[in-house]
Every structure is written in structure tokens, then in C-alpha cells.
Write a protein that binds this ligand. Structure first.
Ligand code: PGA
Length: 262
């Protein structure tokens, strides 16, 4: 069983100084986290290299929030996978709902980014999720299938090994509204079913995270859902003590024998 991933998407928050202070506080609370919890911080590009340095020697990984699919070229303002790797980061978010809906990223573009991330050895969290209107029209499953297969099918079978998926219903992001346990279970089962169709055996190992208004008050309930392999946290990840309390409470399930410390 893979680690339970607790990912902090800081969006356009925190200066480098603020990020370092956050990591100092986070490091002091790491000992209280359940074994098998993997913490990943996603700062702005400007803080990436700095944060990698601040997290050195601690069990905290660092990722970028976006990338451009090209290797290099005349793409003013963009950042490539190679540059992210050079900064020391090991993860990247791809297809976050704000990229799709605020910056008009298409499913095909998301797929190109995912392929580029994989090519350069980054672990990617592919974010998918329906809008409220799509859910009301009964299109949730269709939207998930379209987003997942457009992004993943070009990678080919057996190529999903460095990928995680985050199910983030758009209507739950930054709104204080969390999907119900039943909605999360149904969506995660659907994502797993679609992944199995794309990459039979490999699909089982892909962690599926939930994101959308995760808070300390709901992290235990969300983490207890058997289909949930991690949490992607936005607003509540900006305060170290809050992120720690989410990571502490979100993984009550028993550990597999290979995860128990000797
Ligand atoms: P939120 O954001 O936790 O603030 O809802 C989640 C996300 O955007 O990934």
C-alpha cells in the first residue's frame, strides 16, 4: 500500500520568508504524524528552490503548481519540467481546476503537461473534477472519464506509475462545502474504474486524493473513506499547525505490515 499523501497547494500565497517560517514550524511537528504519511508542499515558482533547501533532511517533499509542456523556447512567463527538476522539486500539480477554469486549460493541454512532467521524472498529481452545473446535469462520470482519458491515454499502458489523481469537485474548492462521504466514495470508485480501463494492473497502485475544503474538522472522516489515498489541501494548508492537524487525523486506518517500524 502506498503512502497516504497530504499535499498542500499554497496557490499564490506566501513569500519565501513566510514559506521558510512555515517549514520551521512544520518540521517541529513531523514526529507526531502517523507512519506512512507523505507530506508534499506546492509553493509558487519563486519559492521552489528555497523550499527544497528548507525541507532538506526532513520527510517533506516539494512540488510546483504548474508547468509548460515544452522543453524550452519562446514561451514568455512559462516554466518547464526540466527547470522544476533543476530547482530540486519532485512533484507537480497538473490540471488544477483554477488552471482549467481561470486560465482556460483544455483537457488536451493538461495531457501534454502530464506527458512532459513524466518525461522529466516528476511525480504528477492530475486534478480532475466536475463543476456544480455538470453535477446537476448528471454529467459527473462523463466529465471524469473525459478528463482522465484525454490526459492519460496518450501515455500508454504501464506508464501511470509516477502519477496520482486528485478528485476535486470544482464546487467544493475554496467554498467551505465538502463533498459528502457518499459523493467522494462514488467519484473515487469511478476514477478507479476508469484508471483500470486505461492501465489494468498499474491502476491499483495509483493514489487517488480528495480535495475541496479539507479542514481539520473533516479530515478524519475523509481520510477514513477506504477509497481516499490522500488529501489535497488549499486554504487550510497555509497554517502549519492546521496542516499538521489534518495530516495527524486523516489516516486512522491500520498500517500494512511493511509500514510498521521495526
Ligand atoms: P481548498 O482548495 O482546500 O481551499 O478548497 C483545494 C485546492 O484548490 O486544491
Amino acid at each position: 500500500m502506498s503512502a497516504f499523501v497530504v499535499a498542500a497547494n499554497w496557490k499564490m500565497h506566501k513569500t519565501r520568508v513566510e514559506a521558510r517560517a512555515f517549514v520551521d514550524e512544520l518540521r517541529s511537528g513531523l514526529g507526531s504524524l502517523p507512519v506512512g504519511t507523505s507530506l508534499v508542499l506546492f509553493p509558487s515558482f519563486t519559492g521552489l528552490a528555497d523550499l527544497v533547501e528548507a525541507c532538506a533532511g526532513a520527510e517533506i517533499e516539494v512540488g510546483a503548481q504548474n508547468l509548460h509542456p515544452g522543453r524550452e523556447g519562446a514561451f514568455t512567463g512559462e516554466v518547464s519540467a526540466r527547470q522544476i527538476v533543476e530547482a530540486g522539486a519532485s512533484w507537480v500539480l497538473v490540471g488544477h481546476s483554477e488552471r482549467r477554469h481561470v486560465f482556460a486549460e483544455t483537457d488536451a493541454r493538461v495531457g501534454e503537461k502530464l506527458a512532459a512532467a513524466r518525461e522529466d521524472g516528476l511525480r504528477a498529481i492530475l486534478c480532475v473534477g466536475e463543476t456544480e452545473a455538470e453535477r446537476e446535469r448528471g454529467e459527473t462520470e462523463r466529465v471524469l472519464a473525459r478528463q482522465l482519458s484525454t490526459a492519460l491515454a496518450p501515455l500508454g499502458a504501464q506508464k501511470l506509475d509516477r502519477i496520482a489523481v486528485a478528485y476535486e469537485p470544482v464546487w467544493a474548492i475554496g467554498t467551505g462545502r465538502t463533498a459528502s462521504v457518499e459523493q467522494v466514495r462514488a467519484a473515487h470508485q469511478e476514477v478507479r474504474r476508469i484508471l483500470s480501463g486505461l492501465d489494468g494492473e498499474g491502476a491499483d497502485a495509483i493514489p487517488i486524493l480528495y480535495g475541496g475544503s479539507v479542514q481539520p474538522a473533516n479530515s478524519a472522516a475523509l481520510g477514513a473513506i477506504p477509497e481516499v489515498g490522500g488529501l489535497l489541501v488549499g486554504g487550510a494548508s497555509l497554517v502549519a499547525s492546521t496542516l499538521l492537524s489534518i495530516a495527524r487525523t486523516a489516516r486512522p486506518r491500520p498500517l500494512e505490515p511493511d509500514q510498521v517500524s521495526p
